[in-house]
Structures are given as structure tokens and as C-alpha cells.
Design a protein around this ligand. Structure first.
Ligand code: AMP
Ligand code: TRP
Length: 324
């Protein structure tokens, strides 16, 4: 059986990029017969120095977003990273299989260092991520395109460990959906949509009202032509809207292009906004019906399952490397 692992940081509010690039795929995968682990990676969030209340609030709301998006708990374990100490334990062991130079080359490190400084938590972030994945000996990791580099590093770390100690970790592969693997900001289509964007109108949050969603799409940046064509280089704004529409409606890009031949930008933006609202609002309604108590109960039950898997790996690993 395939083991799947993925994680999301509880930093701020879940947005459309998280949903289309990751969570939507997690929900689909969870309908199949896999062994899935989906983790709220709060230890990773520490690297951006969140305030205590915000971290607590976002951890619960991110957990609810996963439940609300329809992840099937029969095949999936959803849990909170900091509640399973083995993540940090494995991270220490794997740090001896990773070069400082590799970490310094990570794009995410370079980008985040601008805002948070070059502290070693940001630098060693990818080793903790590799530990998340390898702790459960995952085969597949469904993530958005921004995580490609981290996944390659995870494979390198696993490979080096295996060269030293024999075949222990599977080499995990990155899996992504076919569209919207990198959703861009509606206001700055050269930048990816993110929780902490400077221009909030460029990000669609999971708790935005319908009016707010339509307003954000209305003010989305396109270009001075009037042709709805997929061309990332020359028409990044329009291409982003095409990707979003295609992903939500589960259809290829060229079908979306054909649907909007000779349609004006204004009308196109409104249609995309409407489909996003129709997609997001039911998820948010589900989320709103889940209490904090319920989340804590599910988190506890699921933690026991994750712990069992983690303890098995760590006990095998200790044996393998000589930790008594
Ligand atoms: P994060 O919010 O950075 O923890 O990301 C959680 C998941 O969402 C990861 O799999 C990311 O690759 C994915 N993700 C984040 N932002 C985007 C985006 N703008 N487009 C597509 N996927 C994204
Ligand atoms: N680094 C990922 C992000 O920023 C979050 C993450 C942490 C993750 N550990 C993981 C994703 C393990 C997949 C697998 O989005």
C-alpha cells in the first residue's frame, strides 16, 4: 500500500493556492486506498516567529480546513507535528546527511531570510521537512510546485542515509495535480499567492465572503489586450485565472480557453470569481460547523495512529545505527 505524507504550516489563513495546489489533491487521494498522513507542521511555523495566540488559532483553523475539505479519515491520519516528538528527533539524525551548502541554496531560505534574518531554524527547515516525510517512510508527497527543491533534497538525504546504512528509507516522489500547482497573486501575477502577501487583495482566503471574492477577482490584474489565452510569459494574469477556473472545474486548460473565446475580460473575471465562490463557500460553511473541541478530539485519536507509525520507524532506525 502506498504511504502518502504532506504538511501545511499553520501560519495565517488557508488560501486558494493551498486548496488548489495541495488540500484539494489530499482530499482526492484520501478517497483511494492509501495510508495517508496529513500534518499541521507547527514546528516549521516557529521559523517565522508567530505570536502565541495566532499560532494556536491558526493550528485549529488549519486543522478544520483539512476536515472541511473532505479528507477521508478512514484512510487518513491528520495530526499536529509538535505533538509527535519523533519529528524533531529524526531531524537531528538526518542533519548529518545534509550539507550546509545545499541548505543555503534553497530558494525558500533565501526568500524568507529577507524577512526573518538568517537564523538556523530557517536554514535547517528542509531537514525537518525531510524528517516529516521519512518518519512514516512515505512513498508519495502531494505538494504545490514551490516545494520541488525541498523534495529533491529529501531524496538526497534519504539516498545518503541508505548508502551508509543500507536500504531503509523509500525515495519519496512529489505528486501534484495537473493544473494550479502554482496559483499566483491576483494583484501581482509574477508572485505566488501566499498567506502573507503584502497586497491582501491578491489572495483569496478560505473565509472571504462572496462579495469579497468577486471584488478581488474584479480588481485582478490582467493585461491591455482582450484575448483569453493561456500564455504564462506574456499573459501571466489571464493565465492564472484560466488555471484557477480549470482546476476548480476539473477540466483541461484548452477547454477553458475555448469556453471564453470572444468573452470580455470583465465578464471572464466575474465568471471565475463566481466559480471560486461556489467552490470555497461550502467548504467554509463546513469548517464553521466544526468546534474546537471536536478538532482536539480528532487530533488526539489520530495522534495515536501517527505515533505508532513513528515509533516503529524510530525503533528500527535506532537498531540500525547503534543507538542503545
Ligand atoms: P504552506 O502554506 O506554505 O505551508 O503550503 C502548504 C501547501 O500548499 C504546500 O503543498 C504548498 O506547495 C501549497 N501551496 C502554497 N501556496 C501555493 C500556491 N500559491 N499555489 C499552489 N500551491 C501552493
Ligand atoms: N514546507 C512545506 C510548505 O511550506 C510544509 C511542509 C513541512 C511539508 N513538512 C512537509 C510539505 C512535509 C510536505 C511534506 O508548504
Amino acid at each position: 500500500m502506498t504511504t502518502v505524507f504532506s504538511g501545511i504550516q499553520p501560519t495565517g489563513t488557508v488560501h486558494l493556492g493551498n486548496l488548489l495546489g495541495a488540500i484539494n489533491n489530499w482530499s482526492k487521494i484520501s478517497q483511494e486506498n492509501n495510508n495517508n498522513f496529513f500534518c499541521i507542521v507547527d514546528l516549521h511555523s516557529i521559523t517565522t516567529l508567530p505570536k502565541k495566540n495566532e499560532l494556536q488559532k491558526s493550528t485549529l483553523s488549519t486543522f478544520k480546513a483539512l476536515l472541511g475539505s473532505g479528507i477521508n479519515l478512514n484512510s487518513s491520519t491528520i495530526y499536529i507535528q509538535s505533538q509527535l516528538k519523533e519529528h524533531a528527533y529524526l531531524s537531528w539524525i538526518l542533519s548529518s546527511f545534509c550539507q550546509v551548502g545545499e541548505l543555503q541554496r534553497m530558494t525558500q531560505f533565501k526568500e524568507k531570510a529577507v524577512s526573518f534574518g538568517t537564523h538556523s531554524g530557517l536554514l535547517t527547515y528542509p531537514i525537518l521537512m525531510a524528517s516529516d516525510i521519512l518518519l512514516h517512510k512515505a512513498n508519495e508527497v502531494p505538494v504545490g510546485d514551490d516545494q520541488t527543491q525541498h523534495l529533491e533534497l529529501t531524496r538526497n538525504i534519504a539516498e545518503r542515509f541508505n548508502q551508509t546504512y543500507g536500504d531503509f528509507f523509500p525515495l519519496p516522489i512529489k505528486t501534484t495535480g495537473s493544473t494550479a500547482t502554482r496559483v499566483m497573486s491576483l494583484r501581482h501575477p509574477g508572485n505566488k499567492m501566499s498567506k502573507s502577501s503584502e497586497d491582501l487583495n491578491g489572495t483569496i482566503y478560505i473565509d472571504d465572503s462572496k462579495d469579497m471574492i468577486l471584488k478581488k477577482f474584479k480588481s485582478s490584474v490582467t493585461d491591455s489586450e482582450n484575448e483569453i489565452k493561456y500564455d504564462i510569459r506574456n499573459k501571466p494574469g489571464v493565465s492564472n485565472l484560466i488555471e484557477i477556473f480549470s482546476a476548480i472545474n476539473n477540466q483541461p486548460i484548452d477547454k477553458t480557453e475555448k469556453m471564453f473565446v470572444n468573452v470580455r475580460y470583465g465578464e471572464f473575471k466575474e465568471t471565475v470569481g463566481e466559480s471560486v465562490a461556489t467552490y470555497i463557500i461550502p467548504i467554509f460553511e463546513k469548517i464553521s460547523s466544526i468546534s474546537d473541541q471536536e478538532v482536539k478530539k480528532i487530533a488526539n485519536e489520530n495522534l495515536a495512529l501517527a505515533k505508532k507509525s513513528a515509533e516503529t520507524t524510530i525503533s528500527e532506525l535506532k537498531n540500525l545505527i547503534g543507538l542503545i
